[in-house]
Design a protein around this ligand. Structure first.
Ligand code: HEM
Length: 182
């Protein structure tokens, strides 16, 4: 089955935190929106420049030889396929969230409305084992011709009871959901 390459699911994990740190003076390798903001350059400029640097055999090669480079060819092919398929992305969606405390556990539930045929994904932004930050994203699929959306009710997970909040990043921005006392 053909799987479209999407930045958040398939390309972002190829960039190490240390790659990101080293390149932040130019752009954020984990956020393609930042690729588009350089000196009024067209958005493809940085996307193509990254491919040029990934495939370079000379001193321009990224990541550099003394810093985990070069990438295996399969990774470079995947990055190239991402470009060829139109630089696919997930987009943020939104939901209604509810936190319930159940004895010694905290449970997070969500009600989400998305288009027919679309799928939604929770991406966890890792900030340590006691911090929970989730991005609620949607993957659009082929047009189904059906205009009405569908409602999904999801149980996201159990969390330790000493947790003070769960953070959700969605279309409405950053939401900090406090854990109820009881
Ligand atoms: C997959 C990982 C990486 C990618 C895709 C990447 C991409 C790039 C790109 C596109 C440029 C050119 C920027 C421009 O001139 O507009 C660049 C420059 C540069 N990168 Fe990276 N980079 C990566 C990892 C790293 C790492 C790990 C280091 C640190 C050792 C690093 C250090 C640099 C430096 C010093 C330059 C400037 C080179 C110069 O202007 O002469 N990069 N990188």
């Amino acid at each position: 089955m053909h799987r479209k390459v999407l930045f958040e699911l398939h390309i972002k994990p190829l960039f190490r935190a240390i790659d990101r740190d080293h390149m932040l003076w130019h752009f954020d390798l984990w956020n393609p929106d930042s690729f588009y903001e350089r000196n009024g350059q067209p958005k493809m400029h940085v996307i193509n420049a990254i491919l040029d640097h990934l495939t370079s055999n000379g001193p321009d090669q990224m990541p550099p030889n003394n810093n985990a480079g070069p990438w295996p060819e399969e990774w470079i092919d995947l990055y190239r396929r991402w470009i060829d398929e139109g630089c696919g992305r997930l987009s943020l969606t939104k939901g209604d969230y509810q936190i319930r405390k159940d004895g010694s556990t905290v449970k997070l539930f969500a009600k989400i409305e998305i288009d027919q045929g679309a799928e939604c994904w929770w991406e966890r932004q890792y900030e340590g084992s006691d911090s929970y930050i989730y991005h609620l994203s949607v993957e659009s699929k082929e047009e189904t011709g059906q205009s009405e959306g569908r409602i999904i009710r999801e149980f996201i997970g159990n969390f330790p009871s000493q947790l003070q909040k769960i953070t959700i990043v969605d279309q409405d921005g950053i939401q900090e959901l406090p854990i109820p006392i009881s």
